[in-house]
Design a protein around this ligand. Structure first.
Ligand code: F6R
Length: 369
């Protein structure tokens, strides 16, 4: 049932190109527009939405952090992403014009369920992004967009994460489409790129052997840091979470701009630091800033493991290890940048003799608060 792989996690990582294609299936029509009639919230209601709030936990929360960038950029609707376990305890402000998006692979996460119940009590509309048909969260929501990733067995979320991202992009682009905001060449182009993203994920998977080799050499390290900016920041958090849960290592993700406000004090000789570099095209200011961040940490002894777009010559000289990913539009980069981090964590866990599919102390569905 593991399809020839040693672990479900490896199988599920490998299934990602198909999983993202399945999330897109039937949702983009021949003219390149989105067909999301299955979101049964009337278009008239979606046009009136004046705030989006995303609630989720763990890996799904990282997908939600990335969705915030996409939703605000493509729709200009203010969006907040909040940990479901914190949300209702701070008395959040919501009304009938608030769209709450609850993201959950299992559809049974108690914290997320309690957050969406609270949102509905305040009159907000709730859209679930979920992988498990007929589970509690979609049943209790106003609408659901299923990710169609297929069953995810490994405790650590991989294909569910990529498909949650795709579903979030679809929702963001759809809101842009129905509201007519910023709807134009960029959105059309992104839909086209999104429909081909499975090929790029596949390309990344084909080039993972050096990442596995590198991971094995780091098996005796105590700490790995992860840095990113913009949508690379949640990717850094996700890389750190994967390493904690699978390799039981101290791993932390930071927004690279925060380094100088404290974390740079952690840098010491030969400390592995993974840096997610945004495309040098697109938001080039960000790219230049992160290149100087890499120089700063390297000057202090860090061993830099750099995930960058293929052909990014500005960053290559500062990479002790360079992991190249295919070019994508900035907002879609997490779909390709996360994959090496999944492979990295899985290989480190194996090298440390850990149980990959069933990490200690963790359960696949967290049905307690
Ligand atoms: C991490 C992981 C967890 C889940 C979180 C939410 O690899 O799997 O952090 O993402 O418990 O679970 P769902 O998405 O089922 O609500």
């Amino acid at each position: 049932e593991k399809g020839g792989y040693d672990y479900f996690m490896l199988k599920e990582i490998a299934e990602q190109p198909k999983a993202v294609a399945d999330t897109l299936l039937g949702r983009i029509d021949a003219s390149g527009s989105l067909r999301l009639d299955e979101i049964r919230i009337p278009v008239s209601v979606l046009r009136e939405v004046d705030k989006v709030v995303i609630v989720a936990c763990g890996t799904a929360f990282h997908a939600g952090m990335i969705a915030k960038y996409a939703i605000e950029h493509w729709t200009r609707i203010p969006c907040e992403t909040e940990l479901a376990s914190e949300f209702r305890y701070r008395d959040p402000i919501m009304d009938s014009r608030t769209l709450v998006i609850a993201i959950s692979q299992s559809g049974e996460t108690m914290d997320t369920l309690m957050a969406l119940r609270h949102a509905r009590e305040q009159g907000a509309k709730v859209l679930a992004i979920c992988n498990t048909n007929g589970s509690t969260i979609p049943r209790e929501s106003d609408a659901v967009l299923y990710t169609h990733a297929g069953p995810e067995v490994a405790v650590a979320s991989t294909k569910a994460f990529l498909t949650q991202l795709v579903a979030c992009y679809l929702v963001a682009l759809y809101l842009g489409q129905v509201r007519g905001t910023k709807w134009g060449d960029e959105i059309q182009a992104v839909i086209r790129e999104l429909s081909e993203i499975g090929t790029q994920v596949d390309e990344v998977l084909e080039t993972m052997e050096p990442v596995r080799e590198l991971a094995r050499t780091l098996a005796t390290k105590n700490t790995v840091l992860f840095l990113g900016r913009h949508v690379g920041y949640p990717v850094a958090l996700e890389g750190a979470l994967k390493l904690k849960e699978l390799a039981y290592m101290h791993a932390e993700g930071f927004a690279a701009g925060e380094l100088k406000h404290g974390p740079i004090a952690l840098i010491e000789d030969d400390l592995p630091v993974v840096v997610v570099v945004p495309s040098p095209r697109g938001r080039s200011v960000l790219h230049d800033k992160i290149v100087s961040n890499i120089q700063e940490i390297r000057a202090r002894g860090a061993r830099t493991i750099v995930i960058a777009e293929r052909g990014d010559e500005a960053v290559a000289p500062y990479a002790d290890h360079l992991i190249e990913i295919p070019p994508t539009p900035t907002l879609l980069q997490p779909l390709v940048a996360t994959v090496p981090l999944q492979v990295f964590a899985c290989e480190l866990a194996t090298a440390r003799g850990n149980e990959v599919d069933q990490p200690r102390n963790l359960a696949k569905s967290v049905t307690v608060e």
